[in-house]
Design a protein around this ligand. Structure first.
Ligand SMILES: [Zn+2]
Length: 407
């Protein structure tokens, strides 16, 4: 396989998580009687541009036709994160009523609604029907399509180039990262700003959070590799911020290289941090697999001991992260009897691979679990509050990742 960014041949392997179903392929009761597709989940490192990426596999496009809808607005902390970002970008980038903002992967309008409130013209691009319709019903103009260079050209013709193009938590999820980046550059005005947020590879490696690896997450970016990707589309990163979201993310600001933006110290500082860690050498990529195997043994031992004691064990949060971990460890519903999720669209379904039933909070309360595992550990604080409020102080609450921890 060749690098999706620079086309070098990929040789170095970061981790091989075996085979698993796509992490968002939730199953209906009828699906349990059908064949479930398990596909390889392997991550490779480009030794030229250092973009870390999942292995391409035969028949990929057939697997990812599933159109599972995650509604961003279901997470209160995520909506708040978006609101704070909107306030900040308006003041720092000097946006006003004559500006134009485009968000790619605008979901249900969780972010653009804040621009709308401020009277700043905006447009969403979102391929998922159900979430896009939710945004439209909030009065947010949304194009229901995947972003590619053809669509970017159409947007520029029908609307205009944007002063701010936002891609929060989409950049790492696009298979054609080159075409996507070219599209961002096309839609950007001469002195406009692109803002992207994505999980930081450095954090994944420092904390061994291998469960953030799943099929739909095609790229694992550092500032170093992101700069390389953007520069090939004529974009230059001029500021970077480190965020706590998704276990540690980067927010980068970029403009056309041609407008020669002033580059903040934050860029050189983080590049040095990444270099010091060894992100541009093979060595940094050797320890993740050892940590993953250790955690697998720890999780399995814990769950088997719960089962031996006859404890009622449940999980909270039917997120992609949880699925990678559960399928890698090989957990089934004999070890975790149910997983609670607040999204009604997931309830009544089953987790891919492990086939653990997804239930409502009411069902979880009735079950009165003695142990609850928080799967989306990046939302631990928010979920811990929900669990203590609804289940009291009785059950043990633990999280498995990035390290096994009792909360
Ligand atoms: Zn490369």
């Amino acid at each position: 396989m060749n690098c999706r960014n620079c086309e070098s041949v990929l040789v170095l392997e970061l981790i091989d998580l075996g085979f698993s179903p796509p992490s968002n392929a939730y199953l209906s009761p009828e699906d349990l009687e059908k064949v479930e597709v398990w596909v390889p989940l392997k991550v490779l490192v480009c030794q030229n541009c250092w973009l870390v990426q999942t292995l391409d596999f035969h028949g990929e496009s057939d697997v990812f036709t599933e159109d599972y809808a995650y509604f961003s607005s279901t997470s209160a902390s995520w909506v708040e994160h978006a609101r704070v970002f909107v306030e900040k970008s308006i003041s720092e980038l000097g946006l006003g009523n004559d500006s134009f903002v485009i968000e790619v992967a605008s979901n249900d309008g969780y972010l653009l609604q804040h621009f709308k409130e401020k009277g700043i013209p905006n447009l969403g691009i979102e391929p998922t029907q159900s979430t896009a319709q939710a945004a439209i019903s909030k009065g947010i103009e949304t194009i229901i399509e995947f972003l590619n260079p053809d669509l970017a050209r159409k947007v520029v013709t029908l609307y205009k180039k944007a002063d701010l193009v936002i891609g929060n938590n989409v950049f790492a999820h696009v298979p054609d990262i080159r075409g996507f980046t070219d599209s961002l550059a096309q839609m950007l005005s001469d002195d406009g700003t692109v803002v992207l947020e994505f999980p930081h590879l450095l954090k994944l490696l420092q904390e061994n959070s291998f469960d953030t690896i799943y099929h739909e997450h095609f790229s694992y970016l550092s500032l170093h590799s992101c700069m390389d990707v953007l520069s090939r589309s004529g974009l230059k990163i001029w500021k970077v911020e480190e965020l706590s979201t998704h276990g540690g993310s980067l927010r980068i600001y970029a403009s056309h290289t041609a407008c020669n933006p002033d580059v903040h110290d934050s860029v050189a500082q983080l590049l040095t941090t990444e270099k010091d860690f060894g992100l541009t050498t093979d060595a940094a990529y050797s320890s993740l697999v050892i940590a993953a195997e250790t955690l697998r043994d720890e999780v399995l031992n814990f769950l088997i001991s719960c089962r031996t004691k006859g404890l009622r064990v449940a999980a909270y949060g039917a997120a992609a992260k949880g699925n990678t971990l559960l399928n890698y460890v090989g957990v089934k519903s004999n070890l975790i009897q149910m997983v609670c999720d607040s999204a009604p669209s997931k309830q009544g379904h089953y987790l891919p691979g492990s086939h653990i039933p997804i239930v409502s909070l009411e069902t979880l309360k009735k079950y009165a679990p003695e142990v609850v595992i928080i799967l989306p550990w990046n939302l631990s604080t928010e979920i811990l509050d929900i669990l203590r409020l609804n289940l009291g102080n009785g059950p043990r609450i633990v999280r498995f990742s990035p390290t096994f921890q009792e909360l």
